[in-house]
Write a protein that binds this ligand. Structure first.
Ligand SMILES: Nc1ncnc2c1ncn2[C@@H]1O[C@H](COP(=O)(O)OP(=O)(O)OP(=O)(O)O)[C@@H](O)[C@H]1O
Ligand SMILES: Nc1ccn([C@@H]2O[C@H](COP(=O)(O)O)[C@@H](O)[C@H]2O)c(=O)n1
Length: 230
């Protein structure tokens, strides 16, 4: 990714499967370092939300591509003020609904959607006014910002990810969360590889780490990149 201020704005690219902690860890890292934070999954979710609002079949690639014309997207990059809007509508909560999670993989496998959003992400990241920006998703280390100085695959065992996601929810929702997470990873991994680290990408496996330890591990990777041990 090239940024107008690339000499000053460090891009930290983070990929990983669902529930690996990408959003929560990236947000905490951005806060700790005074960096911006860009959640790329939110854009795929927001487009899925728009497609559902329009009553369009999310499996109909042409109709999904047509919806891009009305996709007036905004996401805040301040980690302390997370908000997502489509046009005037605040969709921050709505894009987390199970119906959106269930539709998003179909949207994300449309190549024209991916290329449109990749350009959008590069432009949003380039506009961040901070010493760095943490950009997280599935193809950040490989497609969106393959030249980023810091590239991390954040992972955890499927059991750990399912347990963490279930712990956020109540009864019925907790029971289905694991299955949803697995299904989405299976669909998404047919489109981009976020289960294996590409060359030059550092893996942070949080299976045996608590949240604070995981944040520290990511900050250490960033610090090591800035002052590598000779
Ligand atoms: N190392 C950790 N130890 C314990 N809990 C963690 C750890 N890392 C993340 N979590 C928790 O796991 C849950 C899932 O994290 P998060 O939502 O950030 O994952 P994600 O990768 O962004 O998921 P998705 O791709 O589905 O949006 C959150 O409740 C988060 O607080
Ligand atoms: N770089 C990305 C980011 C996300 N996706 C798709 O969006 C879905 C939602 O992402 P979350 O991070 O909020 O879970 C995800 O399941 C992918 O379908 C993507 O393709 N590329």
């Amino acid at each position: 990714m090239t940024t107008p201020d690339s000499a000053q704005t460090i891009v930290v690219a983070i990929d990983g499967p669902a529930g690996s902690g990408k959003s929560s860890v990236s947000k905490a890292v951005a806060r700790a370092l005074g960096y911006g934070y860009l959640d790329t999954g939110a854009a795929y979710r927001a487009l899925a939300w728009l497609v559902l609002e329009k009553g369009v079949d999310s499996e109909d690639a042409d109709a999904v591509i047509a919806a891009l014309d009305d996709f007036d997207y905004f996401i805040a990059t301040n980690p302390d003020e997370y908000v997502v809007r489509v046009g005037e509508t605040d969709v921050t909560e709505a894009i987390r609904e199970p119906r959106v999670s269930a539709a998003v993989s179909a949207i994300a496998r449309v190549p024209a959607v991916r290329s449109h959003l990749v350009e959008l992400f590069r432009s949003i990241a380039a506009g961040v006014d901070a010493p760095g920006v943490v950009v997280e998703g599935r193809d950040i280390t490989t497609v969106v910002a393959p030249d980023a100085p810091v590239r991390i695959l954040l992972t955890a065992s499927e059991e750990a990810r399912m347990a963490r996601r279930s712990a956020e929810l109540q009864d019925d929702a907790a029971a289905t969360a694991g299955a949803e997470l697995k299904k989405r990873d299976q669909a998404d991994s047919r489109v981009v590889d976020f289960l294996n680290a590409a060359e030059g990408v550092t893996t942070v496996d949080s299976t045996e780490l608590n949240f604070a330890e995981t944040v520290d591990a990511v900050i250490t990777v960033i610090a090591d990149t800035q002052s590598p041990v000779s």
